[in-house]
Design a protein around this ligand. Structure first.
Ligand code: BGC
Length: 353
């Protein structure tokens, strides 16, 4: 009897040591949309890695960027017993009420990729260095057009993403930190005059809306392969770049005369466009790395430890600075995609054919 009791004690001790509990703790993961490749990858990686760490996962996608759906999914995660919420918000200002409930119930929230604004319920933020994303894109345009040595002027138009996504402040801000001096001294001309962030915005990061705006810009400014030369289009991400590409191709542009066009995410459609000469570059943000970092954060929170952060200055959500971990973005072109994407196992060569 005594022996059996000691065996049970030893088993319990080992289970505790290995972090195994009888009922796994539940983590809520809320993603903004299922209609964009990157968020499917983010969600998939989060689920896989959290489960491997021994957690139960409630993973939800808010339809196609539907804010009320994201709110109700979060309500269900709170009432369903999630111990931590990981949220990539559609509109970082629209979650204040539901997150106040999380805070009341003592459920910590990790803001994933996008900073959730005006809520004091956010414990941590994990993302890529979003300002650097913009700087890499702006620098690419500067170098491709040789703005420091060529006379110009060069024509450019500007596109960013959804106005409710705090990331565009950094993407657009980073790009403009490089391009603005050239716009000011006239070497870069934005013929439409649409240079402010809200004028360049693309609601829901929609490919269709970007396409329509690019078509309008082509018509109203006379851009075309045999019309007014369009040298570059700044786009904050790939879903927007895809719409721009569609409009440019419809207007008769070919790989031989295609404007310099930026993007972000290395989505499959964009990588195929890059290989075909219908987009110039993208930004590679390895979602496996971001997920791994967030899983470490969640694990530290639930075990009473201190999550690793590397930025405690940049991200103020209106209630104060949110301690952040920034992963490193890198630029990707047809010259380095093999090393970045294929050799690292992110894609197979076949997926990009
Ligand atoms: C992300 C980008 C993504 C965009 C559209 C941004 O918040 O950081 O990687 O392309 O949302 O989903």
């Amino acid at each position: 009897m005594k022996k059996a009791f000691s065996v049970i004690l030893v088993v319990l001790f080992v289970l505790t040591l290995t972090g195994t509990t009888f009922a796994a703790l539940k983590v809520g993961v809320s993603m903004p949309t299922q209609s964009l490749q990157r968020w499917n990858q983010d969600g998939g990686h989060m689920k896989q890695q959290l489960e491997a760490a021994g957690y139960e996962v409630d993973l939800q996608y808010a339809g196609d960027n539907e804010v009320p759906l994201q709110v109700s999914q979060l309500e269900n995660m709170i009432s369903g017993g999630c111990k931590v919420l990981v949220i990539a918000a559609i509109d970082g200002g629209a979650l204040t009420t539901v997150l106040a409930e999380a805070k009341t119930q003592g459920i910590p929230v990790v803001s994933y990729d996008r900073l959730i604004m005006n809520s004091n319920a956010i414990s941590y933020y994990a993302t890529f260095d979003n300002f650097k994303v913009g700087v890499l894109q702006g620098t690419y345009i500067r170098d491709q057009l040789k703005l420091d040595t060529e006379k110009g002027p060069f024509n450019i138009e500007l596109f960013t993403g959804d106005p409710g996504d705090n990331n565009i402040v950094f993407f657009f801000g980073g790009a403009m930190s490089i391009l603005e001096p050239y716009i000011k001294d006239g070497k870069l001309a934005v013929k439409s005059g649409q240079v402010a962030r809200d004028q360049a915005a693309t609601p829901s990061w929609s490919t269709e809306r970007a396409q329509t705006r690019m078509e309008n810009l082509i018509t109203s400014n006379g851009y075309g392969p045999s019309g007014v030369k369009l040298d570059a289009v700044y786009s904050s991400n790939d879903s927007v770049a895809n719409g721009i590409t569609n409009a440019l191709v419809d207007a008769g542009y070919t790989p031989e005369n295609f404007p310099v066009l930026t993007g972000q995410d290395c989505d499959v459609t964009s990588m195929k466009n890059i290989l075909a000469g219908k987009q110039s570059m993208s930004i590679f943000k390895d979602t496996r790395t971001l997920a791994a970092q967030v899983v470490k954060m969640v694990d530290a929170i639930l075990k009473g430890g201190k999550p690793e952060v590397n930025d405690t200055k940049t991200y103020d959500n209106g209630t104060g600075i949110i301690p952040s971990y920034l992963c490193d973005p890198v630029f990707c072109t047809k010259d380095n995609y093999k090393t970045l994407l294929i050799d690292s196992g992110y894609y197979t060569e076949d997926q990009l054919k």
